[in-house]
Write a protein that binds this ligand. Structure first.
Ligand code: PLP
Length: 437
């Protein structure tokens, strides 16, 4: 591969541009659990791409489906016209969701799925004659993509600070990670269900009749792999139901195998009103997202004259034929290779491996659920995130791509991962933590 001469032109997202450009990490190929760098090294992928390549890289079945689709039907308008694959995919998505969902709205990313879910929630209440319900609740340390609404309900300070003019009428619950109570938990922490009761305080403060929806990641990823305490999400569900607040699960990273089931909703047997999806729906190959809703929400819109547009929202590329083809091929792979169960089986090995780093220098917490895990490092004095970034770079230099958010190192491999890959990821991580100041 030819290395670009001028790295400056590309303004990289969520990246330290100057650091990267002074010492680039360029990836030129991928297959299975490995990347190839432009200097010819094989790097084990400990991050499933960006938590999206859940069936491993270079899947021929998806490539074939994409190629055939481009040559057969590359595009149709998405407004007032459609193509059969979008309907087929909507049905396939419903099949692998828990029971009780009725409709699927297509988007092109996790961020768009979040914006769509929040807009549907607001429009739903308006359609039901409840237009006062406008307030949106998120969580501290939550991440819901990069749109204005997602940034507003999100709770990562750095993601918000630069953008002064976010949505009004937003509030936040606290996060669930309290190291004095739940550090070094294996799987769901036993303590913390009572944190859900904070939602009752927000109801008291604002009045239930002003709150449209609560959005939460069942397992918060970008905020540092925060695992839901036992009973916590169940209690949020109860409180939302009691007060007529829609519950939205942002399953952009948890859907399609991450927690050892198609969704966290299925794994935990909780039924949110709306589920936002993306990433793994196409194995990361083609951008796509989806929003899954209960029939009551859809029916609220199906009123008035039939020539009327029921929801004034959508995207040029909603249900894009090529994305649909990629998604159908991806969902077939998940089913044929039983990958959600495989994720469940491998999660015990990942748990044991990652917790073996307990006692390593600077490690202040380790946590895991399914094929998601995190090792939290003590931040350097006055330089939060610096140690994590150094460990991330050192791991990459030693042939393991992990993800760091601040000083939290995440290991979240694809569902096809083998024990030897996990060993390589964890050994590299442990070693690089030990040798990093
Ligand atoms: N929601 C969650 C929970 C995410 O983790 C992400 C991305 O990582 C998003 C939304 C945004 O997805 P995208 O980057 O595809 O817009």
């Amino acid at each position: 591969m030819q290395i670009p001469n001028d790295l400056d032109a590309y303004f990289m997202p969520f990246s330290a541009n100057r650091s990267f450009k002074s010492s680039p990490r360029l990836i030129s190929g991928a297959e299975g659990m490995f990347y190839t760098t432009s200097d010819g090294r094989r790097i084990v992928d400990g991050a499933s791409g960006l938590w999206c390549v859940n069936a491993g890289h270079g899947r021929v079945e998806i490539a074939d489906a994409v190629r055939d689709q481009v040559l057969g039907l590359d595009f149709t308008p998405s407004y007032q016209v459609a193509h059969p694959l979008a309907f087929e995919l909507a049905n396939r998505v419903l099949e692998i969701m828990p029971e009780g969902y009725g409709n699927v709205f297509f988007t092109n990313s996790g961020s768009e799925s979040v914006e769509t879910a929040l807009k549907i929630a607001l429009a739903y209440h308006q359609a039901k004659g409840d237009a006062r319900r406008r307030r949106l609740i998120g969580r501290v340390r939550g991440f819901h993509g990069a749109g204005f609404a997602g940034t507003s309900v999100g709770g990562i300070a750095a993601n918000k600070r630069q953008f002064a003019n976010l949505l009004p009428e937003v509030d936040h619950l606290n996060h669930t990670h309290w190291p004095d109570k739940n550090a070094f938990s294996k799987g769901q922490p036993a303590w913390g269900a009572e944190l859900a009761d904070e939602l009752e305080n927000l109801v008291l403060l604002h009045g239930a009749d002003t709150i449209a929806a609560l959005i939460v990641e069942p397992l918060a990823g970008a905020g540092g792999v925060l695992i839901p305490p036992v009973g916590y999400l169940e209690r949020l569900r109860e409180i939302c139901t009691k007060h007529g607040i829609l519950l939205i699960f942002d399953e952009v990273i948890t859907a399609f195998g991450r927690v050892g089931a198609a969704t966290a909703a299925e794994k935990l047997n909780i039924k949110p009103d709306i589920i936002a999806l993306a990433k793994g729906i196409t194995n990361g190959v083609i951008p796509m997202g989806a929003v899954v809703i209960i029939p009551d929400i859809y029916e609220a819109f199906m009123q008035g004259p039939e020539h009327m547009i029921e929801l004034f929202h959508g995207y040029t590329y909603s249900g894009h034929p090529v994305a649909c083809a990629a998604a159908l091929a991806t969902l077939r792979i998940y089913a044929e290779e039983d990958l959600f169960n495989r994720a469940n089986e491998m999660s015990a090995y990942l748990e044991e491996a990652v917790h073996s780093l307990n006692g390593t220098k600077n490690v202040i917490d380790i946590r895991n659920m399914g094929l998601a895990s995190a090792v939290e490092l003590e931040p350097r004095d006055g330089a939060p995130g610096a140690r994590g970034f150094d460990v991330f770079k050192a791991c990459f230099a030693e042939n393991a791509l992990l993800r760091c958010t601040g000083d939290i190192m995440a290991v979240a491999p694809a569902t096809i991962v083998e024990k030897a890959h996990i060993d390589q990821m964890i050994e590299t991580l442990g070693h690089m933590i030990a040798v990093t100041d």
